[in-house]
Design a protein around this ligand. Structure first.
Ligand code: SF4
Length: 637
């Protein structure tokens, strides 16, 4: 009997439309856990350096976590990996992630993950039903939006319980700014993997499963689950932050996690009033006690689950009305990454103000900004690649390159730029907390949909600085790992916190756990100390493999180092472990720019803690300690 893992990986060759099941154990598990770790292992073994993201050799790897499909709370997340076309300045390996209920369904259908390779010669979709899988013709689906595709597949397969991952017209047209959708609001945007699906002519993956995911010690799992629920329902809103948030938000109207909207209030003005007017029912991924999505249904426009970033058009409008909701629905249906649009709008407006692009040469009605005509035209252009939309579909950075040097220079250097790095939008800023800067610099993507925990403590918890220091001592090994905004020391405590955040991220995404909930850095009661061993406890209860926090962290470290090895093989150097120039040039409000020389010293501390050499390469000693001797041999370290 398998516990946690259901035992099979499905390899799908789209070129000849064959499917083959392979064993999960021992090649991938338990050493690489599942989810993110599985993606990294396949990528290391099977995707050669320099692979074009749109070539048949690129593989799209999709895997729920070890705990997905069990009663572990908030365990419905699914990892995606492969060479990502959206990464800038050159496509490299990275990961993405999606919630919902597709992952649990895949496990219940008998698979721990999918390896998608090759390219079909005409549109196809993959249908999986309880251990059976078939590549089917999708000619009729090609061109349909993400919502139509899902309802069409439920009708075609004759079951309304079918769960689907799909791309919209944007992904079909290989837009790097596209995203993969599931349901009405779950999305995998980072990296542009929707364009990889489009390049493979893979419109959708539909799953129906009815088998159980076995759990070794069910009673123990329920007990731990109850403990998580107690922590998690208050996690994003400790008593103090509740008081702070309650000034403007009625917690009875929405789930407590959605109180994060309070934190977003300056940038998502009026979102809560909109929620209260048109909906407010909390909805979530499989078995999640938080249910952080809100379902909104606007008469005449339609209904969808929505999360903070999907409100992108509330930002420029500085108010919320039906146009905001219409933009959410258009982007979801076309399958466009909301984060990309969030970065695109201010950049476009600035480019127009500087005379670098005009209404007549782009077809974008800048004179209508921020009214409806502007956003509807923009989204439809990106989704269709029509006219200037062909440039914008490449993502903001590549679009800036096409326009010319001043457009790119603005993105990289201007104080108003919202460029965070690796082709992605700012999402927490290293000028406030340097740990965020180091998280960005040493990753291949925006870290902040998978590594919130440090920020949860310093920015969202509502705890006093002294309370934060006490939590920091337990969670990050020193009270000095936290500081007040802009008062970073660039020292080893901040470097250690970064390492711990990253290793815990690798564990949670490999187990299928959600970043909104795990790690349990905080607790609801004074002194607000959390329990970062919970992942290991859930893992042991589900799989029957006894482990502890230290061993679990080692697995996380193994996965982080394997991802690093992939980057090194692709040519990553110390110079690439950096941030866009504007972080080093410009103040953020009253906060100073990041000190470049001190940041380099911080990187040295980080490399040292990681067991990497001064060029940022993992040493043989470290790789062998992690059981990655073959990786050390291949890298020649
Ligand atoms: S907190 Fe939100 S994103 Fe995370 S598992 Fe729950 S519903 Fe899904």
């Amino acid at each position: 009997v398998n516990y946690g893992w259901v035992g099979k990986i499905l390899r799908v060759n789209l070129t000849d439309r064959t499917v083959n099941a392979e064993d999960t154990i021992p090649k991938y598990a338990p050493d690489f856990l599942g989810g993110l770790g599985f993606c990294a292992k396949v990528a290391w073994d099977e995707i050669p350096a320099g692979t074009d993201p749109f070539s048949p050799e690129n593989k799209l790897i999709i895997a729920p976590g070890v705990l997905t499909g069990t009663a572990s709370p908030s365990s419905g997340r699914v990892a995606l990996g492969g060479i990502a076309p959206g990464i800038y300045p050159k496509p490299t390996y990275t990961n993405s992630n999606i919630g919902g209920n597709w992952g649990a369904e895949l496990k219940q259908a008998g698979y721990d993950g999918l390896i998608l390779q090759g390219i079909a010669d005409s549109p196809v979709y993959l249908a999986i039903h309880n251990g059976e899988a078939e590549v089917k013709d999708a000619t009729e689906l090609w061109g349909k939006d993400t919502y139509e595709t899902q309802t069409s597949l439920q009708a075609e397969l004759g079951d309304s319980r079918v769960k689907t991952l799909t791309i919209g017209p944007a992904g079909e047209k290989l837009a790097r700014a596209a995203c993969i959708m599931s349901g009405t609001g779950w999305a995998a945007g980072y990296g542009g993997f929707a364009a990889v699906m489009g390049s493979k002519k893979l419109k959708a993956i539909s799953v129906l499963g009815s088998n159980r995911v076995n759990v070794a010690r069910p009673k123990e799992l329920l007990d731990f689950g109850e403990r998580v629920r107690k922590f998690a329902t208050m996690l994003s809103a400790t008593p103090k932050s509740l008081l702070w948030a309650d000034k403007t938000v009625d917690p009875a109207d929405i789930n407590k996690s959605a109180l994060r909207y309070k934190g977003n209030a300056p940038s998502v003005p009026g979102a809560m009033r909109f929620v209260q007017k048109y909906g407010g029912k909390s909805v979530g991924c499989t078995g999640c006690p938080i249910s952080c999505y809100v379902y909104i249904d606007v008469p005449g426009i339609g209904g969808a689950r929505v999360h903070c970033m999907q409100w992108h058009y509330a930002v420029p409008r500085r108010r919320t009305d039906e146009t905001v909701w219409e933009s959410v629905m258009i982007q979801n249906k076309l399958g466009i990454n909301a984060f990309e649009i969030y970065m695109m709008i201010p950049w476009l407006v600035a480019m127009n103000a500087q005379g670098l692009i005009s209404e007549s040469d782009t077809g974008i009605p800048f004179s209508a900004y921020p009214e409806r005509e502007f956003i509807v035209t923009l989204l439809n252009k990106v989704g269709s690649r029509e006219g200037f939309g062909d440039t914008l579909a490449e993502g903001v950075c590549r679009a800036a390159e096409r326009i010319g040097e001043p457009a790119l220079k603005w993105l990289l250097e201007d104080p108003k730029s919202s460029y965070g790095g690796y082709g992605m939008c700012i999402h927490d800023d290293g000028r406030e907390w340097i740990v965020a800067g180091l998280q960005w610099a040493t990753h291949s993507r925006d870290p902040f949909t998978e590594q919130h925990d440090y920020y949860d403590l310093v920015q969202w918890s509502g705890l006093s600085f002294e309370e934060q220091r006490a939590v920091s001592e337990k969670a990050y090994g020193s009270p000095d790992a936290v500081h007040k905004p802009g008062e970073q020391k660039y020292d080893v405590n901040e470097a250690r916190a970064t390492v711990l955040v990253q290793d815990r991220r690798s564990v949670k995404l490999s187990l299928g756990l959600c970043d909104w909930v795990y790690p349990l850095t905080l607790s609801p009661q004074p002194p607000y100390l959390g329990d970062t061993s919970m992942e290991s406890k859930l893992f042991s209860a589900v799989t029957g493999i006894d482990t502890d926090e230290k061993s679990m962290s080692l697995a996380g470290e193994r996965i982080w180092n394997l991802e690093r090895a992939i980057m090194i093989r692709e040519g990553r150097t110390r110079n690439d472990d950096t941030l866009p120039p504007h972080f080093f040039l410009n103040k953020l409000g009253k906060l100073d720019p990041i000190d470049k020389a001190k940041f380099e010293q911080l990187k040295d501390q980080y490399y040292n803690l990681r067991g990497w050499d001064s060029s940022g390469k993992p040493t043989r000693q470290k790789l062998e300690q992690l059981g990655l001797k073959d990786v050390a041999d291949a890298l020649g370290v």
